[in-house]
Design a protein around this ligand. Structure first.
Ligand SMILES: *[C@@H]1O[C@H](CO)[C@@H](O)[C@H](O)[C@H]1NC(C)=O
Ligand SMILES: *[C@@H]1O[C@H](CO)[C@@H](O)[C@H](O)[C@H]1NC(C)=O
Ligand SMILES: *[C@@H]1O[C@H](CO)[C@@H](O)[C@H](O)[C@H]1NC(C)=O
Ligand SMILES: *[C@@H]1O[C@H](CO)[C@@H](O)[C@H](O)[C@H]1NC(C)=O
Ligand SMILES: *[C@@H]1O[C@H](CO)[C@@H](O)[C@H](O)[C@H]1NC(C)=O
Ligand SMILES: *[C@@H]1O[C@H](CO)[C@@H](O)[C@H](O)[C@H]1NC(C)=O
Length: 436
């Protein structure tokens, strides 16, 4: 009789009451007429973790307690295992609390677990199990390789999470907004965020990162670092030796190469010639020991990768010992450090550097300059004298009267100048006499 009364009372309870309020009401209602009841708590657990499903009992009188899974299969029948799944364990069965655990929880275990109390009238409560799937560290996919001057498309992928992960692209502490796409794979989500950024050579090696935020990570984030790889054609520069080179010296040329990928092979060659026998190449360095003048010439360093090729050249001039001791010309220093076209420095040194085996050339250039100057001055003087004579004659013929004295003094000045220049020339004397 009693159980029937109490169960009727309990069934009158409104369902959506909060747990606390409900317990209070139950306690108040069931003080004298002993009333049985069961309460279940919702559970949230990470995938792979262990869920505790508890059913609290009140005024338990030894009735049968049945626990069922979301498919309403009976897991435990009053403490006895019914379903053959070892992941479920009955941990506690007291008149106040029935506690079972579920280990290695998967998303398929989600749903409502029923705590049922079989009395004359059946009570039940549902404990909802929710499973969170935290994301793995996201991965970065590169659609096409980044070439200097182009664009790179990077996709950050979080293939599985529940609920959906939030992805964020970062560079130098700043967010780069991406295009997010989300796919529902039944219980879990795959999320991706794609960015497109223009790339230059300076972006090579830039540090980027994709961050994944998720409620299951409790404020932490999973970060994938990505180093931007920008491909570009090589650049080549020969580092020239300093100072001038003489016979017997050794030469060491270093070819400084950049490029992405860095060119594997650096080719050394000599223009219009083969490399000297004594030339040793090790990586980017060309070395020639005991230089001789036969090593004169233009040396070329070349490198290439899939994105282009580049070259630099260096013109080697080996001076002999003799010319160095007699004259250390200032010109060779200008020919040394640059890697310009070979024609210019070669011409310069040939015309100015005194070569003992060909002294005539030097003498010729030295003597030719003064003769030309003297000849020119003489010609100019003669021309001036003739002009003055013509003017003087013309004037004296036309205006003899009042202008005669003035004219004579002006001509006298000219005569003195001529005298100073020509210093005892017969012609000037003659002209002077003639004019006066
Ligand atoms: C438990 O979860 C279910 C479904 O999510 C919800 O309807 C119910 O109100 C929750 N119960 C409690 C006590 O939070
Ligand atoms: C159910 O199990 C509880 C605890 O073991 C026990 O006290 C009770 O008598 C059982 N009820 C029935 C009907 O077997
Ligand atoms: C947990 O369950 C998954 C499948 O849901 C299984 O692959 C894995 O081996 C299980 N791990 C353990 C420790 O039992
Ligand atoms: C190489 O030879 C060609 C043809 O003989 C000539 O035109 C060119 O100037 C030479 N180059 C050098 C660096 O000597
Ligand atoms: C090499 O260069 C030096 C300096 O210009 C020059 O004096 C010499 O004659 C050159 N030798 C040969 C073999 O070309
Ligand atoms: C120049 O000097 C070196 C050593 O200083 C010597 O070996 C070489 O024979 C000399 N060359 C000439 C042309 O004098």
């Amino acid at each position: 009789m009693r159980p029937v009364r109490s169960s009727v009372l309990c069934r009158l309870l409104p369902a959506p009451f909060s747990l606390a309020l409900r317990s209070l009401v139950l306690v108040l209602l069931c003080i004298t007429p002993r009333c049985q009841a069961v309460q279940a708590e919702n559970v949230t657990v990470l995938e792979g973790g262990t869920a505790q499903i508890s059913c609290r009992l009140q005024n338990y009188d030894g009735s049968i307690v049945v626990i069922q899974n979301p498919r309403r299969q009976t897991l435990f029948f009053n403490g006895t295992r019914a379903l053959k799944d070892d992941r479920f364990q009955m941990v506690l069965f007291t008149p106040r609390l029935v506690l079972i655990t579920l280990t290695n929880v998967s998303v398929s275990d989600e749903g409502g677990y029923f705590c049922q109390l079989y009395t004359d009238a059946t009570h039940h409560q549902v404990a909802t199990l929710s499973v969170l799937v935290p994301p793995e560290t996201p991965t970065v996919e590169v659609k096409q390789e980044a070439v200097e001057g182009g664009e790179v498309e990077l996709t950050c992928v979080s293939p599985r999470s529940k609920p959906a992960t939030t992805l964020r692209w970062m560079r130098n502490g700043r967010e780069i907004p991406g295009v997010v796409s989300q796919q529902d794979n039944g219980k879990t989500f795959s999320v991706s965020s794609t960015i497109r950024i223009p790339v230059e050579r300076k972006d090579n090696g830039a540090a980027m990162s994709c961050e994944a935020f998720h409620p299951a990570l409790s404020g932490q984030k999973r970060v994938r670092h990505y180093r931007l790889d920008v491909y570009f054609a090589p650049t080549v520069r020969i580092v020239p030796p300093t100072g001038i080179l003489r016979e017997g010296d050794s030469l060491s040329l270093i070819c400084s190469v950049t490029g992405n990928p860095l060119p594997r092979n650096i080719q050394w060659s000599k223009i219009n010639d083969t490399l000297p026998e004594r030339a040793e190449i090790s990586g980017p360095t060309l070395q020639i020991s005991r230089l001789s003048q036969s090593h004169n010439g233009t040396y070329l360093c070349q490198a290439q990768n899939n994105y282009g090729r580049a070259a630099d050249h260096y013109t080697l001039l080996v001076y002999d010992n003799v010319s160095l001791t007699t004259t250390v010309p200032p010109i060779p220093t200008t020919t040394q450090p640059t890697t310009f076209h070979p024609a210019t420095p070669t011409l310069l040194t040939h015309s100015f550097a005194p070569d003992p085996r060909d002294p005539g050339a030097v003498v010729e250039t030295h003597s030719a300059v003064p003769y030309a100057v003297i000849g020119g001055v003489l010609a100019l003087l003669v021309f001036t004298v003739i002009c003055v004579l013509i003017v003087a004659i013309w004037c004296s013929v036309r205006q003899k009267g009042s202008y005669l004295t003035h004219e004579a003094s002006g001509l006298d000045e000219h005569g003195e100048v001529q005298e100073a220049f020509l210093n005892g020339n017969d012609a000037s004397q003659g002209k002077k006499e003639y004019l006066l």
